[in-house]
Every structure is written in structure tokens, then in C-alpha cells.
Design a protein around this ligand. Structure first.
Ligand code: SAH
Length: 213
């Protein structure tokens, strides 16, 4: 599949929509403006790829709504060379945004089908994560910790302790917390045991699952 003039035009419109919804971070907008989102979706959804909507991908999962990706990425405040852990690789779209922000990306996915598909696909279109891991994001990634930034892209019923402890001091954790719908929550680690908490509105994610069902 190609990235055509038409796709580029649609991306410009999508970026304008995100600006109108309040996204300000220029590097996040530039990333979304340059990533061919249509390649992350099944071809039957080609026409929808640049609408500001979530869409189904393999294994009953979704590629997050562009606004949600932009909102979480903006909150994360990634600097180039930051070590960033993502929970929920899914299609790899959010991981691609993190790559373009200059991050060293580590991303965990618990669905083997998605893990395999995305591990092949992402580097093929030029987005190279440091590591894509098949595993349970509730545990984080202790052998690579600590991280400057951690982003969870599935709805977490609670904040997993390992994610808090694997954050650097001064680091930021962005996590949607809740069962049916979620409150986007930002934790900033101020000290060994001190976290600042900010709640930033309601969102709806697929669930962060603990045990394989
Ligand atoms: N970041 C993705 C969003 C995918 S939806 C994207 O840009 O496309 C959330 C993803 O989290 C799903 O792929 C789901 O399989 C995964 N997930 C759910 N529970 C998980 C867990 N405990 N550990 C790792 N990934 C998990």
C-alpha cells in the first residue's frame, strides 16, 4: 500500500481537527501529520483512517482515536532520547508517534497475534522501537527500568505498582484509570515515595487485561 497525495491531504485535515480540539504540542502534531495511519488498519477501513475515531484492528482490539493518541502524547512531554515504556502496543501507531518524538521506545503487548504482526510491520515502514515485547504490561519491564516516561494505552482498573516503581524521579506516567470508562491520569514522580497526581478528563479504552482469557 502507498502513501498518496490524497492521504497526505487527509492527514492535514486531521491535524487541523486536533488543533481545533485543543492539541498544541507542535512535535506531536507534526508526528501525526507525517505517520500514514491508513497503513496501520485493515484495508477495508482505508477511507476512515483519517477520521478522528478509534477503529478495530486484529484480536478484537482497537487503534486509539487520534485525539486520544495526541492527548496522551502531549501529556507525556517526551524529550528526544527519553526512555519510554508503552503498555499495549496494539497496531503500533502510538509507538510510531513516540519514535518520531525521538524516544527510545519499549512496548509490551499481551496478544501474540498483534505482537507478531506489529513486530514485523513497524520496522518495515521505518519506525524502529528499541524493543517490542510479548508479555503482561501489569509487570512493566523490570530489566530495562527505570523509564523517563510510561504510557498505558488500555483502560487500567487500578494503577499497577510496578509501573510506579519503574518510573525515574522526575518521570511521568500517563494512564487511563477506571473500569467501564476511564479518567486520564498523570503521575509525576517527585521523590522515592512522592507522586503528584493530575486527573484530566474521561476517555474510553479497551481493558488492560491481567490474565489471558
Ligand atoms: N497503542 C495501541 C492501542 C491498542 S489498544 C495503538 O496505538 O494501536 C490496547 C492494547 O493493549 C491492545 O492491543 C491489548 O491487547 C493490549 N493489552 C491489554 N492488556 C494488556 C496487558 N496486560 N499487557 C500488555 N498489553 C495489553
Amino acid at each position: 500500500m502507498k502513501d498518496t497525495f490524497k492521504h497526505k491531504g487527509l492527514r492535514k485535515q486531521l491535524v487541523a481537527t486536533l488543533v481545533s480540539k485543543g492539541i498544541k504540542d507542535v512535535s506531536v502534531l507534526e508526528a501525526i501529520g507525517s505517520i500514514p495511519r491508513h497503513l496501520f488498519m485493515d484495508s477495508s477501513f482505508l477511507d476512515h483512517a483519517y477520521q478522528d475515531k478509534a477503529f478495530p484492528i486484529a484480536a478484537n482490539q482497537t487503534i486509539s482515536q487520534p485525539y486520544t493518541v495526541a492527548f496522551q502524547s502531549e501529556l507525556l512531554e517526551v524529550s528526544p532520547e527519553d526512555k519510554v515504556l508503552e503498555i499495549g502496543t496494539g497496531s503500533g501507531y502510538q509507538a510510531a508517534v513516540l519514535c518520531l518524538l525521538g524516544a527510545h521506545v519499549y512496548s509490551i503487548e499481551r496478544q501474540i497475534e498483534l505482537f507478531k504482526k506489529t513486530s514485523k510491520f513497524l520496522p518495515k515502514i521505518g519506525y524502529v522501537a528499541k524493543r517490542l515485547i510479548f508479555g503482561d504490561g501489569y509487570k512493566g519491564l523490570p530489566d530495562e527500568a527505570p523509564f523517563d516516561r510510561i504510557i498505558v494505552t488500555a483502560g487500567a482498573p487500578f494503577v499497577p505498582k510496578p509501573l510506579m516503581s519503574q518510573l525515574k524521579i522526575g518521570g511521568r506516567l500517563v494512564i487511563p484509570v477506571g473500569d467501564k470508562d476511564q479518567i486520564m491520569t498523570l503521575y509525576i514522580r517527585k521523590g522515592a515515595k512522592e507522586f503528584e497526581k493530575h486527573e484530566l478528563g474521561n476517555f474510553k479504552f479497551v481493558p488492560l487485561l491481567e490474565n489471558k482469557s
